[in-house]
Design a protein around this ligand. Structure first.
Ligand code: ATP
Length: 290
């Protein structure tokens, strides 16, 4: 669906993106994460044809973006990192204006706008975009990206700066778009969201992909497994306490065995033995430090 081969983008001496190979499959959500300046926005802008790679090829649905950008753009909805709106236009008029640029028939456009604003829970049709809160503005920008019902969505930090509830709403909304068959490539800083919705994650460092895989595979290769033993004891012990229980955490299965022996010898009560996998956050911090 989206394929980047040996893509490099130079700004003078600086390689914003270097030798990048990346494939986004039909119907998946892929997340790109990386530090500020890692090259996320540059990658997304190249895919939508706003900037050209210095070398390498980018294909969307089998078409070369450099050669057939007009054709390709019809199938892409793009949400830029910052999306200034025309402050003096009402939400519905603003979206109608864009539908005209897409040459959508008026009636169809109106129905589509109603549907989008309804599903995004944004009833402020008549409010001027300049009077909207940040979360509402982001929703309008998302509606704009979805107007022409694109098959592919390229979203640059869709929930940057939004409160947790609005963020979560948008993340779930993206999930529902995937269920409708959309392919989504997004960049994000909130790793919890990435882990929650992305089928695969590409971790970027200084313009290069350090790792690109499913969360399951990333965890298997880089993740740390931690065991958690929760038990109850009447004695006063030097363990972490949680909700009236003692908690012992370790990555060493040998230490788990000794604690279990201790519990049994002292007639304490084992409440739970759990295995905790590393979150994307732990893995990311480790990769960035290396
Ligand atoms: P952030 O998380 O802060 O949005 P990012 O990962 O999206 O960062 P990019 O915006 O892609 O990073 O920038 C990658 C690198 O390219 C940075 O070093 C940036 O300064 C540089 N860069 C981006 N656009 C230009 C430009 N037009 N001219 C010169 N350098 C640029």
């Amino acid at each position: 669906m989206i394929s980047l081969k040996q893509v490099t983008k130079l700004y003078g001496q600086l390689a914003a993106v270097r030798d990048l190979d990346l494939e986004v499959e039909d119907g998946e959500i892929m997340g790109i994460i990386g530090h500020n300046g890692a090259g996320k926005t540059t990658i997304l802008k190249m895919i939508v044809g706003l900037i050209s790679p210095t070398s390498g090829t980018i294909e969307v649905m089998g078409r070369d973006v450099a050669k057939e950008s007009t054709y390709v753009k019809r199938f892409i909805g793009y949400l830029p990192e910052e999306s200034p709106l025309y402050e003096n236009m009402a939400v519905a008029d603003y979206l109608m204006f864009f539908s005209e640029l897409y040459k959508m028939p008026k009636r169809e456009a109106k129905e589509r706008i109603d549907l989008l604003l309804g599903s995004l829970k944004l009833p402020e049709y008549d409010k001027l975009t300049g009077e909207l809160s940040r979360g509402m503005r982001r929703k309008v920008a998302i509606a704009r990206a979805l107007l022409h019902d694109p098959r592919i969505l390229i979203l640059d930090e869709p929930n940057a700066g939004l409160d947790p509830l609005t963020s979560f709403f948008i993340i779930n909304y993206l999930k529902s778009l995937k269920e409708q068959g959309k392919t989504i490539l997004l960049s994000a800083h909130n790793l919890f969201h990435v882990e929650y919705i992305c089928d695969r994650v590409a971790i970027l460092k200084n313009g290069r992909v350090v790792i690109c895989d499913s969360m399951k595979a990333i965890r298997k290769n880089l993740g740390r497994r931690e065991y958690e033993v929760i038990f109850k004891a009447d004695d006063k012990l030097d363990y972490e306490q949680r909700e009236g229980n003692y908690v012992f955490r370790t990555a060493d299965i040998g230490e788990v065995a000794s604690v279990l022996e201790n519990i049994s010898e002292n007639n304490w009560a084992l409440v739970n033995l759990a295995i905790r996998e590393s979150a994307l956050e732990d893995i990311y911090v480790k990769l960035m430090a290396g």
